[in-house]
Design a protein around this ligand. Structure first.
Ligand code: HAM
Length: 422
């Protein structure tokens, strides 16, 4: 009896073929950029104590209230799948005293995050982020370097048409004043707001500012802006960032409506949007979170970073017809008969150990079927070995792109192929 099928969970994805290859290339290229900026790799667990996220992201945020995958483990510990990595990086930094261990204070990561959001294009329940964090630095130069890094990243990945928007959120105290001013402002507009924003009015009034509903946008149009509430010191910090970015030729706009959905931010925040992403248009986002290290038990305040959504990046590259397909030259060894297979395995081993991508058929198919398979994997060369060739100590080397072929000595296959690959 046929068993019922089990499908992937909603909001999760299987990737294979060119898409999986593009993914790996994008990740490798991003790491090149991160390493050029002096960030070191860090890997933190996918599961953490739930309290890590509620204390850092904020207990009233949508992520904590509605989106976390949380459960009690067998020992009754409250555990969550990570919805983002910043909190985990700070936890690791504080827990292992990384600043005192010569591990540096600049880290990059890449990996899956989990949020139980309503799935749609560009919004998944398991999605992937690549990000960087600079810890223990309060100076605005760190904000500038972080923004230069994201600019280089987009350039290196060939992303055009992205928009960088900056805002200054000031300190928590100033934000509290701004929060009550916003609440006062929105109260008379309550009935015009969408259901979510009516709830946000008491719990998380900032999020009304980035609601996409037309009525909420209209209501927010003449609301007070944070820039009128920030202190002189925070304004100076922001001015240093923006004037240095200007002098370095970085394009950006200041948008007082960027409030971010996580509570740990202070001072500089930013988002990069892209028109190809539709309504979920944030490709990456980040900012400064000066208080988080101390909040999680560390000593040195100051931190800044960003994270980019890999699925959204791939959506843009796909819309632009760009891909990062594997461009390495590969070889397909066609073998006909048992003796030929033995020879083929031994040559394949030599090629693979010399880092030449090499394919073989593993089902003793016909010549025609094997050549078809070579076409499918886009092999540039086919090495054809049959009984006759073994008798003569030779093989046929076919250039699949130029449709030419020649005989090569079996004992010299590796050198002959390497010579042609160059
Ligand atoms: P975030 O804005 O929540 O920030 O997420 C950063 C990026 O992750 C977004 O701009 C988006 O591209 C992607 N993303 C978020 N949620 C989803 C989803 N459900 N499906 C697909 N992509 C998604 C953070 O996570 C902060 N930790 C960023 C940061 C790092 N701030 C300082 N350092």
């Amino acid at each position: 009896m046929q068993q019922s099928k089990i499908n992937a969970l909603r909001g999760t994805q299987d990737l294979w073929g060119d898409e999986a290859k593009s993914w790996e290339k994008v990740e490798a290229r991003s790491i090149e950029v991160f390493e050029c900026f002096g960030y070191q790799p860090i890997r933190t667990p996918l599961i953490e104590s739930t309290s890590l996220f509620s204390r850092s992201i904020g207990s009233q945020t949508d992520i904590i209230q509605k989106e976390m995958y949380s459960f009690l483990d067998r020992s009754k510990n409250q555990i969550s799948l990570r919805p983002e990595a910043t909190a985990s990086v700070v936890r690791a930094y504080v827990e292992h005293h990384l600043d005192k261990k010569g591990a540096g204070s600049k880290f990059y990561y890449s990996g899956p995050m989990f949020r139980g959001e309503r799935p749609q294009a560009g919004r998944l329940r398991q999605f992937h982020q690549m990000g960087v964090e600079t810890l223990g630095v309060t100076h605005p130069y760190a904000d500038v370097e972080t923004i230069l890094c994201l600019n280089s990243l987009l350039k290196h990945l060939g992303i055009e048409g992205a928009k960088l928007k900056l805002n200054n959120l000031g300190s928590f105290e100033e934000r509290a004043k701004y929060e009550s001013a916003l609440r006062k402002y929105f109260q008379p507009h309550r009935k015009d707001l969408c259901q979510d924003c009516q709830e946000r009015l008491s719990k998380n009034v900032f999020r009304i500012l980035d609601c996409k509903e037309e009525n909420c946008r209209r209501a927010a149009d003449s609301s007070p802006v944070i820039l009128d509430f920030v202190s002189k010191k925070d304004q100076e910090h922001f001015d240093t960032v923006t004037s240095l970015l200007k002098s370095l030729g970085v394009n950006f706009e200041i948008n007082p409506r960027i409030v971010r959905g996580l509570d740990y931010y202070t001072r500089t925040v930013f988002e990069v949007t892209h028109p190809d992403l539709g309504s979920k248009d944030a490709l990456l986002a980040g900012g400064r979170y000066d208080a988080l290290i101390v909040e999680l038990g560390g000593e040195s305040p100051g931190a800044v970073g960003f994270a980019l959504g890999v699925e959204r990046l791939l959506m843009i590259l796909k819309a632009k017809g760009k891909n990062f397909k594997d461009s390495s030259v590969s070889v397909f060894i066609v073998a006909l008969g048992d003796r030929a297979y033995q020879e083929a395995f031994s040559i394949a081993q030599l090629l693979r150990e010399s880092c030449v991508p090499t394919h073989m058929d593993l089902e003793a198919k016909s010549l025609k079927a094997q050549l078809r398979q070579a076409d499918r994997v886009n092999a540039r060369f086919c090495l054809i070995i049959g009984e006759d060739e073994i008798e003569k100590g030779k093989a046929v080397l076919r250039n699949m792109f130029e449709s030419t072929q020649e005989e090569v000595l079996l004992d010299h296959c590796l050198e002959e192929i390497k010579k042609r690959i160059g």
